[in-house]
Design a binder for this molecule. Structure first.
Ligand code: FAD
Ligand code: EPU
Length: 345
């Protein structure tokens, strides 16, 4: 007997952190692979003449809806976090894709498992973490990712992906590129460290630890420092709608960076190993005068120019239009192209 419920004309306002008032023609949540299969089947066999388009939703914290979704939104609620094996140096933890990412980080902290403390407080689900290889404060999930299980949306097969299979890059994976819209990630296995290798060199972590009066470094204190820094500059989506960084930090040739430095001596860039430099997009956007800008309810956050916000009733197109205006002005002033990090639907 069917356990899943398909709802019609379903409001997604509380299912995306931008708080955009879009709706889905059909909406259903699944708690297991069997329920997912049932829904994908129902989609094909239903009264519709042609298969519906589908999209998978985790926490909705990296999505901008620019219109109502004329298809089936499937909300991933596959749960359970468990330790599955260990060796001399590592512990392997399997997490259901519908678990909250920060809940997974807390599980690791409580079990003394290191590797994700710098990734504390990133919103969203475990299942979305490999989608864009989430990262913060010098760590990316590729550093602790072991493998994942995914269900093919169209041919009803289960496929396993190793770390290299995922083709991780900066905010990139195979699932955003070659295999876009093909798979539903159902479970992820991470390989955590028994012995911490602290990474506190990035940003203001050391300063924050000092402020906190931390004498002896541990994963809990690093996590708390990261949480404090994040809360001081990133808007809480429960208060102001947003999806974190709207754009990626652009990577340019080191030579172009040197040229830009002549005209803009305070430009912020971090050298990369491949003769490239990663620019701070927030700096570029701020220099173009957008920081704190607001038109209607769409705006550019006053404390972090890389974050676009919805003050209440902006629609997705107003946010998208603002992002286009920002892209054009950064291109015009610096000759640098910004690419969006947020998934536009
Ligand atoms: P969703 O927004 O629901 O989905 C994102 C994309 O993944 C969509 O294309 C969706 O279809 C797809 N998807 C989701 N789940 C699955 C699945 N199980 N199978 C297949 N496809 C799936 N990101 C960072 O990397 N670093 C940060 O520091 C960071 N800070 C943030 C701060 C704030 C305040 C906010 C709001 C966001 C931030 N983000 C950050 C972005 C966001 O939290 C991450 O991208 C997160 O992984 C998105 O998870 P989600 O479950 O909300 O994904
Ligand atoms: N800056 C400005 N003005 C601003 C914002 C930033 O000049 O308004 C400059 C400052 O010089 C600052 C530098 O940019 O030192 C970097 O800023 P910050 O440390 O806030 O990080 P970011 O590069 O803006 C990236 C990630 C974040 C991640 C933080 C911490 C991307 C696209 N964003 O932001 O990830 O949390 O570093 O590691 O890589 C996300 O992906 O959604 C996200 C929030």
């Amino acid at each position: 007997m069917s356990k899943t419920i398909m709802q019609e004309n379903f409001s997604l306002k509380t299912y995306n952190t931008f708080g955009i008032d879009a709706s889905a023609k059909y909406f259903a949540a699944f708690k297991s692979i069997d329920e997912l299969k049932e829904l994908l089947n129902e989609k094909k066999l239903s009264t519709f003449n042609h298969p519906l388009s589908t999209t998978i939703l985790g926490g909705g914290s990296n999505i901008l809806f620019t219109k109502d979704f004329d298809g089936l939104v499937l909300k991933n609620e596959i749960g359970v976090i468990s330790i599955i094996k260990e060796d001399a140096d590592h512990v392997y933890v399997k997490a259901g894709a519908g678990e909250s990412w920060h809940g997974f980080v807390i599980f690791c902290l409580n079990h003394g498992l290191a590797g994700v403390e710098n990734l504390s407080l990133i919103p969203g689900s475990v299942g979305a973490s490999p989608m864009q290889n989430i990262g913060a404060y010098g760590v990316e999930i590729k550093d602790v990712f072991h493998s994942l299980e995914a269900h093919h949306r169209y041919d009803d097969t289960t496929v396993y992906f190793s770390n290299t299979d995922c083709e991780f890059g900066y905010r990139e994976s195979i699932f955003k590129n070659r295999l876009k819209d093909q798979f539903v990630i159902t479970n992820v296995i991470y390989r955590l460290n028994k012995k911490p290798r602290f990474n506190t060199s990035y940003g203001a972590i050391e300063q924050e630890l000092e402020k906190m009066g931390v004498q002896e470094l541990n994963i809990q204190s690093v996590s708390q420092a990261v949480i404090n820094i994040r809360q001081s500059k990133l808007p809480d989506p429960k208060v102001i709608g947003n999806a974190g960084s709207f754009f990626k930090n652009p990577e340019i040739a080191a030579e172009k960076f040197e040229q830009l430095k002549e005209d803009f001596p305070s430009i912020v860039g971090y050298p990369l190993p491949n003769d490239k430099v990663k620019l701070a997009a927030g700096w570029l956007i701020e220099q173009c005068g957008w920081k704190g800008y607001r038109k209607g309810d769409a705006g550019c956050h006053a404390k972090q120019a890389l974050v676009l916000v919805n003050y209440g009733h902006a629609n997705g197109n107003e946010i998208l239009q603002l992002s286009n205006d920002i892209i054009n002005s950064v291109q015009e002033k610096f000759g640098v192209m910004l690419n969006r990090e947020v998934n536009i639907i």
